[in-house]
Design a protein around this ligand. Structure first.
Ligand code: ZN
Length: 227
């Protein structure tokens, strides 16, 4: 009898641990929990940014052109929570008046990718700690730059994407004037629609209110199927 109780206790502990990652944070890992949350609050929906007009994409993690040097995402998709997507659309319409458009490098990132990055880098200045998770895992962060719509070229910014040095800090000033101005424009418009630039990366923006959204570990495929 005692053995049976112990087994039952063990099994129930395993079940209740299902949403806890090995780093001890709560992560949504199943489609039905996610669907339930969306039903309760439509803002929970992770919408495909690819459905939005006028936004450019260069999803580095779907290629080998990233700091990992490996393909991390099986498809070049970009998702964000409903309100985040709406704010991005608002920013893009402001940029459009200047002949510019936003170009997204990364948006929602499944939690498993954050764990992969951390285990590779083991420094949490430029990659998120799996103990807290990334705001990308909440569908509330975007990495992006600006494109000149006429030429299709990226604007001259302080560094390339995922350049890990102080040159990437939004306060770094030993740059060309054009780079400072372009970075300034990007930050000003993004912050006017509800984002906050990250102190170490000029390209990373957190949506204000990200705390209200859980960490997620659903794949792009699962998100597409649950639409
Ligand atoms: Zn980022």
């Amino acid at each position: 009898m005692r053995v049976v109780l112990l087994i039952l206790l063990f099994v129930s502990m395993q079940l209740s641990a299902q949403t806890k990652s090995e780093y001890g944070v709560e992560v949504i890992e199943d489609v039905s929990t996610y669907r339930g949350q969306v039903e309760e609050n439509p803002n929970m929906q992770l919408v495909s940014l690819k459905d939005q007009e006028g936004i450019y994409f260069d999803i580095h993690y779907a290629t080998k052109n990233n700091f990992v040097g490996e393909i991390v995402y099986p498809t070049a998709d970009a998702f964000a929570r409903k309100q985040v997507a709406e704010a991005l659309q608002k920013a893009n319409s402001i940029f459009a008046k200047k002949g510019l458009a936003i170009k997204i490098f990364d948006a929602y990132r499944p939690y498993a990718a954050t764990v992969q990055f951390y285990e590779l880098v083991e420094d949490t200045t430029y990659v998120a700690s799996p103990y807290s998770g990334s705001r990308h895992n909440r569908g509330c962060a975007v990495d992006l730059t600006l494109v000149d719509k006429e030429t299709g070229e990226d604007l001259n910014m302080p560094t390339s994407y995922d350049h890990f040095s102080e040159k990437a800090h939004p306060t770094f000033m030993d740059l060309e004037e054009e780079q400072i101005n372009n970075r300034q424009l990007l930050i000003e418009v993004m912050e006017s629609v509800g984002f906050k630039v990250y102190s170490y990366e000029w390209w990373h923006f957190d949506f204000i209110g990200w705390e209200d959204y859980p960490l997620m570990n659903l794949s792009f495929e699962e998100l597409k199927q649950s639409r």
